[in-house]
Design a protein around this ligand. Structure first.
Ligand code: N01
Length: 500
């Protein structure tokens, strides 16, 4: 897509700079327009909007939340072709939303933020990007938690002579026909990509470290009748959305409140596995030994059939090293390999953007978060005035639509901006006390959850074993918490301090 904003070597002054244009960045841009804030830019490192839905183009990429729910509440799409959309439809939806709500002219593409530094004398953020410098009163980071691929640190991987691709950076030029493919990882990406490539590849070896729990996927094409009903009676689609939301919300009850509720879900997953995997050895290999929900519950009807195919195998021995044309496991077996597919996830608890944003005392978010990520409502950090985070720590959800959380946060940030305007504030900054209280709230709500006590390791937890990723309660409680600005948790300054 093209941007109408000219970039130059001079620094451009704006009221608000938003980093990233996935669901969160677009939602924020639309909110700004809605509030009458026209002086903003969206700094996007890619060449189009869409975020993770622009980048994850691997074969089989799709969403595991129904589209009626995984979409903006203010922009329903009656024409979803399937109940669970595939990547091209979601990407097209986001492009359509950006065009319809007229925020494209505020985008600067190819603008990767390399540094954002708070200038305490001027009360401005100095933002350096690969497409020029910006100076913003307010910085909103919507850079995303599933944005930066994580590459495994396996001995010898750099010596591999064949094609290497991360699931989030698919090489569409490479034809997998007949290839001996090694797939590393068995997360949400792997269980989609393997069924898509197994029929064309010569062979597929899936290197599994931890087996996932998988439940059936109730996906189907939508009918012309339901699309027509949604078009004519938007209230019906809204009601369906509400029902889907309520159903999924109930799942968190078993993860965070009463784990006994997870037993029937685990039974469903076990039955699904036993129905689809007949070979007892493979069954044993792919049966998880932790409570369902501890890691993200995956949904698929074609994962088990794909790994049961004659040209597929699941390797559990652990990878010892990678050689130029093979993968060697710890049991000494060497498997000749033409292509490596790294379905190894993202930097979630170690966000690259956190190393680039430096607050009042010069320390970066990453440095301040050395002992754990602390925020107020996942949205603001003490020492970082006029900075707001979208999809920040403890805003993630595994059981329902992230878009619901994003909309809650976007509205919250909108209220903060409104308060700044109403009160004539130069800065607005949350307090350490608010962060401490919020950390306690998260810790208290995380207690007893399956994420901490389910017997698995996951990227939901940081290296200290704290839940820093997931919102540990019903999502409507997060919305309630962000419905108004907790002004008492913020300090505002109206006067500019003299430059030091
Ligand atoms: O990444 P993951 P993902 N050696 O981190 C393994 C969203 N999403 O891209 O479990 C060997 O979940 C790792 O093993 P283990 C969704 O939020 C959604 O699949 O840590 N293996 C794991 O199996 C999802 O949760 C959709 O033991 C290594 C895998 O790689 C999130 O994105 C689709 C390894 C990584 O799994 C991330 O999913 C896709 C190593 N060194 C993604 N390092 C839908 O909506 C990692 N692994 C459907």
């Amino acid at each position: 897509m093209t941007s109408t904003i000219e970039t130059s070597t001079t620094t451009r002054e704006v009221h608000v700079a938003v980093v990233g244009s996935g669901f969160a960045g677009l939602g924020m841009a639309i909110q700004l327009r809605k509030q009458g804030i026209e002086d903003f830019v969206v700094l996007e490192r890619g060449d189009d909007v869409g975020g993770t839905w622009r980048d994850n183009t691997y074969p089989g990429a799709a969403c595991d939340v129904q589209s009626n729910l995984y979409s903006f509440s203010f922009a329903p799409n009656p024409d979803w072709p399937r109940t669970y959309s595939e990547q091209p439809e979601i990407y097209a939806y986001l492009r359509g939303v950006a065009a319809r709500f007229e925020v494209l002219d505020r985008h600067v593409f190819g603008a990767e933020v390399t540094a954002a530094t708070w200038d305490d004398a001027a009360h401005r953020w100095d933002v350096e990007t690969t497409a020029g410098n910006f100076r913003a009163k307010v910085l909103v980071s919507a850079a995303g938690a599933l944005a930066d691929p994580s590459y495994p640190d396996i001995p010898g991987i750099e010596s591999f002579g064949g094609t290497v691709m991360h699931s989030a950076r698919w090489d569409h030029e490479h034809d997998l026909a007949g290839d001996r493919v090694a797939v590393i990882g068995t997360g949400a990406s792997a269980i989609q990509v393997v069924p898509a490539i197994q029929p064309v590849a010569g062979s597929v070896a899936v290197y599994q470290r931890t087996p996932p729990w998988v439940i059936p996927r109730g996906d189907r094409p939508t009918t012309a009748a339901e699309r027509s009903i949604y078009r004519r009676f938007p209230a019906v689609q809204k009601a369906v959305r509400g029902a889907l939301y309520a159903g999924r919300e109930f799942l968190v009850f078993g993860m965070a409140k009463n784990r006994r509720f997870l037993a029937p879900v685990q039974k469903l997953a076990r039955t699904h596995l036993e129905r689809q995997v007949r070979d007892p050895q493979l069954r044993a290999q792919v049966t998880p030994d932790y409570t369902i929900g501890c890691k993200r519950i995956l949904i698929s009807n074609d994962w088990y059939p794909a790994i049961s195919a004659p040209n597929a195998e699941v390797v559990t021995a652990g990878i010892a090293e990678i050689r130029p044309h093979s993968v060697v496991t710890r049991d000494g077996v060497e498997r000749p390999t033409d292509t490596l597919v790294l379905a190894t996830g993202f930097h979630v608890t170690d966000l690259p953007i956190a190393h680039r944003i430096a607050g009042r005392d010069g320390r970066t978010l990453a440095q301040v978060w050395e002992e754990g990520m602390v925020t107020n409502r996942g949205s603001a950090v003490a020492g970082f005035p006029n900075l707001f985070l979208l999809v920040g720590p403890n805003v993630g959800v595994g059981h329902t639509s992230m878009v619901y959380m994003i909309e809650s946060q976007v509205a919250y940030v909108g209220r903060a901006l409104q308060a700044m305007a109403d009160e004539g504030l130069a800065t607005l900054e949350t307090t350490p006390a608010a962060q401490d209280a919020y950390r306690e709230l998260i810790a208290e709500r995380s207690q007893g959850t399956v994420w901490l006590g389910g017997g698995c390791g996951s990227w939901y937890l940081d290296r200290h074993g704290h839940n820093t990723t997931l919102w540990p309660d019903f999502t409507f409680l997060f919305r309630r918490l962000t419905r108004t600005l907790d002004r008492e948790n913020y300090v505002g300054t109206t006067e500019r301090r003299p430059a030091e």
